[in-house]
Structures are given as C-alpha cells and as structure tokens.
Design a protein around this ligand. Structure first.
Ligand SMILES: [Zn+2]
Length: 90
C-alpha cells in the first residue's frame, strides 16, 4: 500500500463540494480523512475517523469547534491509486 501526500498551501473548499467529491472517492475504494483549519488556534486539524465528514470540527489542541459549513474544509486521500480511483480523480 502506498500513499501520496501533496504538500501545498492549505486550502478549504465548501462542504457542499467536499462531500460529493469524497463520496465518489470512497465509493471507488479510497480512504479519506477530513482536514480543516481550526478557527481557534489556526492549526491544521485532521479528523480522527476515516471516511467521515463532520460539519462541526473539534480541535483537540485548543478545544475550539469550527463551523465547517462556514469555513469549508479539505481532505487527505490515503491508499493505493487504483485504476478506478484514477478515473474518479481525472
Ligand atoms: Zn485549535
């Protein structure tokens, strides 16, 4: 199993875009972790549970809960890039 991480400037996208994108990836066999920027401490937070999207993101560092419906979020894709997944990503 390989995993690819592309580092760049953290970006957040509206939940309404992230949810269908993640659904397609998970349906194609991928594992995703939700990510967002904490509205309290500014830390980049990653969700604890695979393939789970939350609307309210809890930060374990400062305890702040970020309303991701307002701020948006992103996700990390983990796993092997299967041909099926490549089709979804294209
Ligand atoms: Zn925080």
């Amino acid at each position: 199993m390989s995993s690819l991480h592309i580092k760049g400037k953290p970006k957040n996208f509206p939940l309404a875009e992230v949810i269908p994108a993640c659904r397609r990836l998970v349906d194609a066999g991928a594992t995703i972790y939700q990510k967002w920027t904490c509205g309290g401490c500014g830390r980049r937070v990653q969700g604890n549970n695979p393939n789970m999207i939350v609307e309210m993101g809890h930060c374990e560092e400062c305890g702040h809960i970020t309303d991701l419906k307002k701020t948006g979020c992103n996700y990390t894709l983990i796993g092997e890039l299967t041909p099926e997944l490549m089709r979804v990503l294209r």
